[in-house]
Design a protein around this ligand. Structure first.
Ligand code: GDP
Ligand code: MG
Length: 632
């Protein structure tokens, strides 16, 4: 690379790459997608060889799946330093719940699980150690053997001889599982690859060997699937020295974007072959050999001039692409971080204030929590709640049903005559029989008892639902408290239900006595007969043929009485009294000795709080990094 040009380039690019590296260091990629270059390709397509040539470092190689975790390669050109590398990864989280069982032994590492910070970090100055450290990290994350893992390993390399670039190496696409691999390994790998390449923040670097049917490679197809217009896909054609003689022209067509057009185009590279590796040909020499190869190639020579060949050309292009990509994504990224920061803060508020650890503090917290609950119940009773359908709307609907039901039982008593025949006593024909009148009414009113109990139950259900909703909301994070109070509600409602049932039975017993105030009876009777009666005139109705109207009039009075009486009664027992009892009962919880037990939190809440706090930390750091970037 021309030193002058590159130094100039460096000044304008390094800050961008650094910014993204910083964001990734704080773990922000867990929350949103960062501009990235992801390297994908079939197994043995030459991914590692390309990365190796770019980084100047031997990466783990071999047959089968060698890359088993995403490996982030951060290449930093630092003039005048000795080669240095830092490898980091997050050990499996063994400390989610400090009281839970820690499966440290399962890791087989012998190291104790670190509680808060479980990042592993290795610094080394010997390039030949890269392979070993990466392999060990993979063993730790994906298990020894052949499995894969989504956990990211980061390898930062500082050297005067590398380009400024960060890219992520992904496991190669495998088709047939080898011994010891799960059947669906191919699927697992593809899922992992998809996770990276489907994000529009990722530039997909697709490695395809020249000596295969390029257009049908799986990697290229996957890239096409997620990026149909080829906007963010670059293809690298490897192994040009191994092509079938005679296919050169077809390959040139592909490189010239005539077959599968990619906006970012194709680059052909020649890396060290197995023989050259065995012969330990150094990378610089290999680079020279690559140049010679192209210069001496009858067909591919032209690619040199068009900047479509060699690793060096690839390095410059990738760096430019990445920076361009970062520049483009930055405003959006900034926006997203701000937005998420806001959401996290808000969500944290909801589960932030857990109970203090000391007894006094916890007690105070409990008092506050219970008071808030009682306030909520109060506002529920006052109908102030802002729910979609207030409790009273639901109650009223039930009361209306009850009223309709009552009205539907009104009848014209036209079987009165028949009944009087059946029940006629010893009286002579034509004499009135009050007992009979009474009996007809008693029977008819008694039929209302079942519907009355139905009403009671319906109201009970509504009230329980409303109260438990308040419980769930007020004590959302405290399952013990929640269950305790829910139990209380159920118990209170059960007793209240019994009381109300008794009261309703009494009411019906009372209704056995046929009674109403004379003026009321007169008034309704007048309405029904459309005549106005005075007390003195009333006896004209005391004939069997007029009983019908008297029955109707009295029943009308019963209906009116019951229409109000029952709702009043039911509301009194099931709502008012229940609420009162609940409030005092709930306060009695303060006498319980084990406040902490009562306030034990749902495990998912403490976990969530932990997650949110970690996110908040990441977001805050990210925001700071971006604002520093813009202010510098
Ligand atoms: P990966 O599985 O995609 O990482 O592929 P590797 O980088 O391990 O390459 C697979 C094999 O192809 C290795 O033996 C490499 O030496 C060889 N190879 C890679 N690139 C070239 C190339 O340009 N020419 C030749 N002849 N061999 C190559
Ligand atoms: Mg490889």
């Amino acid at each position: 690379m021309n030193g002058e040009v590159h130094t100039h380039l460096e000044k304008s690019i390094r800050p961008y790459i650094d910014l993204i590296d910083t964001l990734r260091s704080v773990g922000i990629q867990k929350d949103l997608a960062l501009p990235t270059i992801a390297v994908i390709g079939d197994q043995s397509s030459g991914k590692s060889s390309v990365l190796e040539a770019l980084s100047g470092v031997a990466l783990p190689r071999g047959s089968g799946i060698v890359t088993r975790c995403p490996l982030e390669l951060r290449l930093k050109k630092v003039p005048g330093v000795k080669w240095k590398a830092i490898l980091t990864y997050n050990k499996k989280d063994t400390s989610v719940n400090s009281s839970g069982p820690i499966k440290a032994s399962k890791l087989g590492s012998g190291k104790a699980a670190q509680l808060s910070h479980n990042e592993e970090k290795f610094e080394f100055a010997d390039p030949s150690l890269v392979e070993k450290h990466v392999a060990e990290a993979q063993d730790e994350l994906a298990g020894r053997g052949v499995g894969i893992s989504d956990e990211l390993i980061t390898l930062e390399i500082m050297s005067p001889d590398v380009c400024d670039l960060t890219l992520i190496d992904l496991p190669g696409i495998a088709r047939v599982p080898v011994e010891g691999q799960p059947e669906d390994i191919g699927k697992q790998i593809k899922r992992l690859i998809m996770k990276y390449i489907k994000k529009c923040e990722t530039v997909n670097l697709v490695v395809v060997p020249c000596n295969t049917d390029i257009a049908t490679t799986e990697a290229l197809q996957m890239a096409q699937e997620v990026d149909p217009e080829g906007i963010r896909t670059i293809a690298i054609l490897t192994k040009p020295d191994l092509i079938d003689k005679g296919t050169e022209k077809n390959i040139l067509k592909i490189v010239n974007n005539e077959v599968i057009p990619l906006r970012k185009g194709y680059i052909m590279v020649k890396c060290r072959g197995q023989q050259q590796i065995n012969d330990e040909i150094p990378l610089e020499e290999a680079a020279q050999m690559e140049r010679d190869f192209f210069q001496n190639h009858d067909y591919f020579r032209c690619l040199l001039e068009e900047n479509k060949a060699t690793i060096k050309c690839l390095a410059v292009k990738l760096t430019q692409d990445l920076v361009e990509h970062i520049k483009k994504s930055l405003p959006q990224l900034n926006e997203q971080i701000k937005k998420q920061l806001w959401t996290v803060k808000r969500e944290l508020k909801v589960c932030e204030d857990g109970p203090p650890d000391d007894l006094e503090g916890a007690k105070e917290f409990l008092i506050k929590t219970l008071n808030r609950f009682n306030e909520q119940i109060k506002s529920l009773l006052s109908g102030e709640q802002m729910a979609e359908k207030t409790m009273f709307a639901q109650l009223r609907a039930e009361f209306k049903k009850w009223n309709d039901r009552l009205n539907s039982t009104k009848t014209s008593f036209n079987n009165a005559k028949e009944l009087s025949e059946k029940n006629r006593g010893r009286e002579l024909l034509g004499f009135s029989n009050y007992r009979l009148f009474e009996k007809i009414l008693q029977d008819h009113v008694a039929k209302l008892k079942d519907p009355a109990i139905d009403l009671l139950n319906a109201i009970k259900d509504i009230v329980i639902k409303q109260f438990t909703d308040v419980v769930s909301e007020c004590f959302r994070n405290y399952h013990v408290l929640q269950n305790t109070v829910k139990d209380k509600i159920n118990n209170i409602q059960l007793t209240q239900l019994e009381k109300a049932e008794e009261r309703i039975s009494e009411q019906f017993e009372m209704e056995n006595r046929i009674y109403t105030q004379d003026p009321i009876f007169l008034k309704i009777l007048s309405e029904i007969t459309s005549k106005s009666f005075s007390e003195k005139e009333l006896p004209v109705l005391d004939k069997q043929c007029s009983y019908r109207q008297m029955l109707e009039a009295y029943y009308e009075i019963v209906v009116q009485r019951m229409a109000d009486q029952l709702p009043l009664m039911v509301t009194f027992y099931m709502l008012q009294e229940t609420a009162q009892l609940l409030s005092t009962n709930v306060m009695k919880l303060l006498e319980k000795p084990d406040v902490h037990e009562l306030l034990s939190e749902n495990s998912d809440v403490s976990r969530r709080r932990k997650d949110l706090r970690a996110r908040l930390k990441r977001m805050t750091a990210a925001e700071a990094a971006i604002s520093n970037f813009f202010n510098d």
